[in-house]
Design a protein around this ligand. Sequence first.
Ligand SMILES: [Zn+2]
Ligand SMILES: [Zn+2]
Length: 137
Amino acid sequence: MQVKAVIEKRRKNLAISNCAKCGKVFLPDTYTPVCAECLAKDHNDLKIINEYLHDYPLAGILEVATRTGVDAMQILRFVKSGSLRITDAPDPYKCRMCGKDLKKGTLCQDCMDKVADLKEALKKKKDKNPSNRRHRR
Ligand SMILES: [Zn+2]
Ligand SMILES: [Zn+2]
């Protein structure tokens, strides 16, 4: 995050910020960390996920991701932000993907690796598309 740049823009009284998802500069109407495009996509994704979960209430994140085509990281973000309840997990320390017992956190190491793989694959896909090119770490 380019905090300095954001502060600089605020000082100029322009409520411009960078979308937390796609990084695009946008003018938020209300306080939202993502641009209207991503917000609309979020709503759409959430709707698709909820429809799937209505039919398969016990589906895990990876299953939902595969079946709905929504990125697993995105689903995880919904779960963490509280906009989505993916399973009735009575135990908070269970992996949200495979249900394995955990000492802490929301994902077991295996699933974190899987997510990392997915992320990597996604990044490669995006890299092929020049319009989506982003800064590398
Ligand atoms: Zn965006
Ligand atoms: Zn797991």
